[in-house]
Design a protein around this ligand. Structure first.
Ligand code: PMP
Length: 361
């Protein structure tokens, strides 16, 4: 049976070679006579996979020894709390840039631990764009500045980095992690759930700079301290071995196809094709996001009526195009075209959009 055209926002499509590798190694990986799910996380065979995944992330981003790459459970949602729990004291202030549903959740959790200054309130622009530098009201001496690089639901994305002087940048990159290479040096901490760009659900990748790690609070539960995971190479307790194995497979595939430069080219091409289709039919498709804030991962748009949107989703499903429905909180259409979404799937959805507009316009 042919693979579906998968546009889900996450968990999302994985590369066929990464899945086939898992299939091939399911009964016996690395000559162990077991699957990775059935092997001790202390075995040298598992540790090789674990370390390869970390090394590939370090290589893709040129992280060197200044940063630690951690695998943590609990999703990006747990990072909303774990971050301030480790970094923010009651009398300190962290700046948060509010650009969507997920930043709002991050802000709510941070308030449990210290002072939060909302450096930009995206509600004032209906969350349809990313702020400009001069719109950010930053706190001098803030503990950190937090932003969400890609707003999965609203379909906006940062295409520049906030300038914060010596204040560490902290970023939720859950929905655009490794979509392209970037300079990591302004970042004190990055976190990203794996289940959109780099693997299945079950693990969150945390990249933490050594100086930020060293300054983490001591008085937290063991499992909720970044230092615990850093000291033990994310093997303090049993990690989600199969998820990390799949992350390794996806990262190895990304390297095989040419690494970050190729991945970025591929992503820009796909998103460009969808936005071109929207822009070429302005009477039928309406993109609510400002052009300079358009997401390369989650492309959102409206049709002339909710009835037509429902029809579009239903007809898409008949063509085995899944995940076209916008998030339940905003409606409309959303096409998620993450790293592993094939070009061919995007070509087909664009052809469908054009034909649908012609028939129903
Ligand atoms: N941040 C962003 C940007 C997201 O898109 C999501 C999930 N869609 C989350 C955080 C929450 O992630 P999780 O479900 O892994 O907790």
């Amino acid at each position: 049976m042919a693979r579906a055209l998968n546009f889900f926002a996450g968990p999302a499509v994985l590369p066929v070679p990464a899945l086939e590798r898992a299939q091939k190694e399911l009964l016996d990986f690395g000559g162990t006579g077991t699957s990775v799910m059935e092997t001790s996380h202390r075995s040298k065979e598992y540790e090789a996979i674990h370390n390869e995944a970390i090394a590939l992330i370090k290589e893709f981003l040129g992280l060197g020894d200044t940063y630690q790459v951690l695998f943590v459970g609990g999703g990006a949602s747990m990072q909303f709390a774990m971050l301030p729990m480790n970094l923010l004291a009651k009398d300190q202030t962290a700046d948060y840039v509010h650009t969507g549903t997920w930043s709002k959740k991050a802000i709510a959790e941070a308030k449990l631990f210290g002072n939060v200054n909302v450096a930009f309130d995206g509600e004032t622009v209906k969350l349809t764009r990313i702020p400009k530098q001069e719109e950010l009201k930053l706190t001098p001496g803030a503990r950190y500045v937090h932003f969400t690089s890609n707003n999965t639901i609203k379909g906006t994305q940062w295409h520049w980095l906030p300038k914060t002087g010596n204040v560490p940048l902290v970023c939720d990159m859950s929905s655009d992690f490794l979509w392209r290479k970037f300079d990591p040096s302004p970042f004190g901490l990055i976190y990203a759930g794996a289940q959109k760009n780099v693997g299945p659900a079950g693990v969150t990748i945390v990249i933490i700079r050594n100086d930020v790690l060293a300054a983490c609070k001591e008085e937290n539960p063991t499992m909720l301290k970044y230092q615990t995971h850093a000291k033990e190479n994310s093997l303090f307790n049993t990690p989600p071995v199969f998820t990390i194995y799949m992350v390794r497979n996806v990262l190895a595939y990304m390297k095989d196809v040419g690494g970050m430069a190729k991945i970025e080219e591929h992503n820009r091409k796909k998103a460009g094709m969808i936005y071109d289709t929207i822009d070429a039919n302005p009477d039928f498709f309406r993109a609510p996001v400002a052009k300079d804030s358009r997401s390369m991962m989650n492309i959102v748009f409206r049709l002339p009526s909710e009835e037509l949107e429902a029809k579009f989703v239903a007809e898409g499903k008949e063509k085995r195009m899944y995940g076209l429905k916008g998030h339940r909180s905003v409606g409309g259409i959303r096409i998620s075209a993450y790293n592993s979404c094939p070009l061919d799937a995007v070509e087909q959805v664009c052809a469908f959009m054009k034909a649908f507009a012609k028939t129903n316009g």
